[in-house]
Ligand binder design. Structure first.
Ligand code: APR
Ligand code: PHB
Length: 395
């Protein structure tokens, strides 16, 4: 048997949050898509990722029928706490300053619900596809891939690259047109999952010895992180060593409330800021980590994936519905305005909350002054809350 030749309107490369949400939203408007994913479904659903949803992301999940478990098991959050070595706490109070809460709900659960929804609705999600290639992007686009019993071809009107930072789609934008911007940080985050009750608030901790974060997935599952040198390996970190390092980063009264226990997951993630422009070329559009990466300090990676797919689904719906290509023609610029604003916030929070090697005393004074201004200025607090809760979508 040779492979199949398939036909669809939109071929989506990548079955992560961006690709699966886009497929789900397009289907709701009667637009046909095929998702081509390299990994197994189990591998995709086994990923542990962030758990803080912007107000706009929560609204999109509710609008598209993906919020039933979230609204039952997730936790509505009024904001996020910052604790600071030998200074007062600050609570980024998004409800007080913007009237909008956020939601603590894991990306893993969102992806589970997306796969379940596509299966329920008869969506075509092809997993374990190898050697994905894109063809004739400026003309009559198609995607080829290998999956037993042979090579397959998907002919389509548009290709959307939702294949993450390491996927191939970004590489099909002509190099003479492409502009890549990157900042690699000299540290990573060592994260663990532990089956213990979490602290009341998601809490970022600044300490001269490094950053720490206390987060949650539910009432019985907590997520903790500490800043580690980028050269460290997971096997360098026993649970005991992790807990000792984490406790030192929090003020004693708060550290005393942290319930430790054996890790059920432990991993180190590098931190980088990355943006690739443009996010569209010919019939190819990029969304999510395929086009940009933010350090996790602002919990924006998943939320940017959702904002990109909101803008792109709106554009494709207008194209197929009214033959209006205004949103398609402006997608890259619109998405990039939000991407760069979020890159800025994520970089500022990363610089504020981490101990950078080779900093001089002047740098350290600037950090203290920035935090002191946040503590005493309601205008600065309002501005931070406005960015952290999620920027409004552009009309
Ligand atoms: N062919 C097909 N699929 C591929 C290929 C390929 N060559 N390369 C990568 N993929 C798949 C990956 O297996 C993954 O499932 O593309 C998907 C990309 O998903 P994500 O990396 O999760 O990116 P995105 O959907 O944009 O979501 C961004 O996910 O990783 C987090 O921190 C990130 O929260 C952010 C969110
Ligand atoms: C998480 O819950 O994993 C989390 C929370 C906040 C962040 C990053 C990750 O900024």
């Amino acid at each position: 048997m040779v492979g199949q030749t398939l036909r669809t309107q939109v071929c989506i490369i990548g079955g992560g949050p961006a690709g699966m949400f886009l497929s789900h939203v397009l289907a709701a408007s009667g637009i046909d898509s095929i998702v081509v994913e390299r990994q197994t479904k189990a591998h995709v659903l086994g990923r542990i990722r962030a758990g803080v949803l912007e107000h706009g992301t929560v609204a999109l999940l509710r609008e598209y029928g993906l919020a039933e478990r979230m609204d039952r098991e997730g936790m509505v959050k009024k904001g996020t706490r910052i604790v600071w070595h030998e200074k007062d706490d600050h609570f980024i109070d998004t409800v007080r300053w913007t009237g909008k809460p956020m939601m603590n709900w894991g990306q893993t659960q969102i992806t589970e619900d997306l796969y379940a929804a596509r299966e329920r609705d008869g969506g075509v999600v092809i997993c374990e596809a190898e050697n994905v290639r894109l063809h004739d992007i400026a003309g009559a686009p198609s995607v080829t891939f290998d999956l037993a019993p042979g090579p397959h071809t998907v002919s389509c009107d548009f290709i959307v690259g939702c294949d993450g930072f390491h996927g191939p789609s970004r590489g099909y934008v002509p190099s003479d047109l492409q502009r890549n911007y990157e900042r690699v940080y000299p540290f990573g985050w060592l994260g663990i999952m532990v089956e213990r009750p979490p602290l009341p608030d998601i809490t970022y901790a600044y300490h001269p010895d490094g950053f720490a974060l206390a987060s949650r997935r539910n009432e019985r599952l907590s997520r903790y992180y500490i800043q580690v040198p980028v050269t460290d390996r997971v096997e360098d970190w026993s649970d005991d060593r992790f807990w000792d390092a984490l406790m030192q980063k929090f003020p004693e009264p708060m550290a005393a409330k942290i319930e430790t226990g054996p890790s059920v997951e432990k991993s180190i993630a590098p931190l980088r800021s990355f943006v690739s422009e443009p996010m569209a070329w010919g019939k190819l559009f990029l969304a999510g980590d395929a086009a940009h990466i933010v350090p996790p300090t602002g919990a924006k990676g998943l939320n940017l994936a959702f904002s990109d797919t909101f803008y792109l689904s709106r554009a494709l719906i207008a194209h197929y519905g009214e033959g209006d290509d205004h949103y398609l023609d402006t997608y890259s610029d619109t998405a990039l305005r939000r991407v760069w604003a979020v890159e800025s916030l994520s970089w500022r929070l990363t610089r504020l909350l981490h101990a950078f090697p080779n900093e001089d005393p002047f740098d350290q004074q600037l950090r203290q002054a920035e935090y002191d201004l946040l503590l005493r200025s309601e205008d600065v607090q309002r501005a931070l809350a406005y960015e952290y809760v999620g920027l409004p979508f552009e009309a």
